[in-house]
Ligand binder design. Structure first.
Ligand SMILES: [Zn+2]
Length: 379
């Protein structure tokens, strides 16, 4: 995560960068913003920047981490040995008692952050399968914090302790870290990320420098959705308006659309493959009923999947971006279809998109496209 990955919030980024340049780096900082804001992303980007060994100047004159150096690479996978994460947890089927501390949940935590550093506490609980609704940061955890920070930094630069949602700290845990929060070892930085400062002990608050992170503006969210998730502009603008400043709400709504597109697209391709024309006619009717945004979104989704299918056989395991059903679909599709056929289908989808934009009848367009795809598959 780099500063550039977070839409907007230039004033906060500049002030963080300047604090490093001017040697005014506060050793305990609090990023306070509403749920779904960029508060956690900002802490991750700042931790990346702090330990980057090759900071860069971007075109607009702002500084950022390089994303390439070994430190940045480790930060991007959330495995930097000098950056520690503490977050609320609760017991699960497999983790209980004294093991209910952040370090037992790291694999889930990394998955949670990957691609979406805007998640909420309930999304986090869903991720690790918390059964007990009482999440907290326990006294045991505060002992881990003190112990981890007393170790020497592995790679020499800053040791960073990111505490997500310190408002869930048990009082005894909060008291347990007061001393180290006030006087941390050299080159140790606390980054607290909160959505509810009212619940924080004043003794914690008074020891931190506070950065207020506002909710995202609509245009920031929609730009992000267009650039990072290849959403058509109108659809992105709509998702942004509904999200009320929360990136996680916006991402949630587009995931719904994506799931829907996936199930439509995969059954459509199956019908083409089976040459089930009566069902394809029915499907053209259904397609006709969708609004124009949804029709375009389905075709764009299809193009995206075809692109993935083309590169899939040449992509190494760790570079495959797809998961679950999508991945299975692409894997099977790439096995039964030659490169040329996939390419041809993509061309047809592109043409249809062009016609749809120019107000062709969706029903006729879709049926024609289905026949062409069925023909290509059989050829
Ligand atoms: Zn770097």
């Amino acid at each position: 995560m780099q500063f550039a990955d977070i839409p907007g919030l230039e004033e906060v980024k500049t002030s963080l960068i300047n604090s490093v340049k001017n040697n005014h780096l506060a050793h305990a900082q609090l990023f306070f913003g509403p749920e779904g804001s960029g508060n956690l992303a900002m802490a991750l980007a700042f931790a990346t920047y702090l330990n980057c060994t090759n900071r860069q100047m971007s075109l607009d004159g702002s500084e950022d981490a390089c994303s390439q150096c070994p430190s940045c690479q480790k930060m991007s996978r959330f495995v930097h040995p000098d950056v520690h994460y503490v977050f609320p947890v609760s017991a699960t089927k497999n983790i209980s008692g004294k093991d209910v501390v952040s370090s037992s949940y790291l694999a889930d935590w990394r998955n949670f952050l990957t691609g979406n550093p805007y998640g909420t506490i309930s999304q986090w609980m869903l991720q690790y399968g918390g059964e007990d609704k009482q999440v907290n940061i326990s006294k045991e955890e505060s002992r881990h914090i003190v112990r981890n920070l007393s170790l020497k930094a592995f790679e020499g630069n800053y040791k960073v302790m990111i505490i997500w949602l310190p408002e869930y700290m048990h009082v005894s845990a909060a008291n347990g870290i007061l001393k180290i929060l006030e006087e941390p070892p050299a080159k140790t930085i606390f980054l607290l990320v909160s959505s509810d400062v009212e619940k924080l002990l004043t003794t914690i608050l008074s020891r931190t420098q506070i950065f207020k992170i506002r909710g995202f503006k609509d245009e920031e969210i929609s730009r992000y959705l267009v650039q990072q998730h290849e959403l058509p502009e109108e659809q992105a603008a709509k998702a942004a308006r509904m999200a009320n400043g929360s990136m996680s709400a916006a991402l949630g709504s587009i995931n719904e659309v994506k799931d829907n597109n996936h199930s439509l697209y995969s059954s459509w391709m199956r019908l083409c493959y089976e040459r089930n024309f009566s069902q394809l006619i029915q499907m053209a009717d259904d397609f006709h009923q969708l609004n124009k945004d949804a029709q375009k979104s389905l075709l764009l989704y299809g193009l995206n999947i075809l692109r993935e299918t083309l590169v899939y056989p040449y992509t190494s395991e760790e570079l495959v971006r797809l998961e679950g059903d999508e991945r299975m679909f692409v894997e099977r599709f790439s096995k039964v279809m030659s490169w040329d056929k996939v390419q041809l289908i993509a061309e047809k989808l592109n043409e249809s998109l062009y016609h749809l934009e120019r107000n062709a009848s969706p029903k006729i367009m879709f049926l024609d496209l289905s026949l062409q795809v069925a023909g290509i598959i059989k050829s």
